[in-house]
Design a protein around this ligand. Structure first.
Ligand SMILES: Cc1cc2nc3c(=O)[nH]c(=O)nc-3n(C[C@H](O)[C@H](O)[C@H](O)COP(=O)(O)O)c2cc1C
Length: 188
């Protein structure tokens, strides 16, 4: 597919289904993610994959950590317990923030964000669907500990990836002129 067309027509897809993403497809996705711009080549990003039972396991860790879990309705309990079962592949995108004289924290987080975006575009080019989510699970200390994150690591996103089983939404036509203008100095 034409590269520009691929970027312009990508949309997030929340309803995702199996089969599993193949090893070849995953290899492409991670090679795309690892081509993100990265100031001083600090390599601040790493990725974990959750597939099969691992998704249920981490969902349960999350659910068990919820302080109000006993007050939740049956429907909400099911939702929380199955949080990561909404796609066959969950990619946990992690930023390890390092002290650097030239590269502040935000730039390191942005590098992982750029990696995620590369991955989203590659997902679309492969005819798959994905959505970038964070939510309270990204801040959850039990989940972070279970996944083996160190104190200097941040979950920048959970990328849900799978096959598309519904008609994807159309990308909104963004009015470029509303967001972009040529800046010129004011004349005295
Ligand atoms: C950092 C970040 C975190 C996000 N977290 C969530 C989330 O937790 N849940 C969600 O439904 N969408 C979340 N989104 C939004 C979706 O990924 C997506 O951008 C949005 O649904 C718009 O869809 P589009 O990509 O087709 O324009 C997040 C986006 C970003 C950039």
């Amino acid at each position: 597919m034409d590269a520009i067309q691929n970027i312009l027509e990508r949309v997030s897809v929340a309803q995702l289904t199996g089969p599993d993403i193949s090893a070849e497809q995953k290899d492409i996705l991670f090679r795309a993610a690892l081509r993100a711009p990265d100031h001083a080549w600090l390599r601040p990003s790493r990725y974990l994959t959750l597939e099969g039972d691992a998704r249920q396991y981490v969902s349960e860790v999350y659910y068990q950590s919820l302080p109000d879990k006993d007050q939740l309705s049956d429907e909400k309990t099911k939702k929380m317990r199955n949080r990561l079962l909404r796609a066959p592949l969950i990619v946990v995108a992690i930023t390890r923030v390092q002290e650097h004289y030239k590269v502040p924290r935000d730039e390191q987080l942005l590098s992982t964000g750029a990696g995620i975006q590369n991955m989203l575009n590659a997902v679309h080019a492969l005819g798959l669907g994905a959505i970038w989510r964070t939510g309270d699970m990204a801040e959850n200390t039990a989940v972070k500990a279970e996944l083996g994150l160190s104190a200097d690591e941040i979950i920048t996103g959970f990328v849900y990836i799978g096959h598309i089983n519904t008609a994807p939404k159309s990308p909104p036509a963004m009015p470029v002129a509303e967001y972009v203008r040529a800046w010129t100095p004011e004349k005295p």
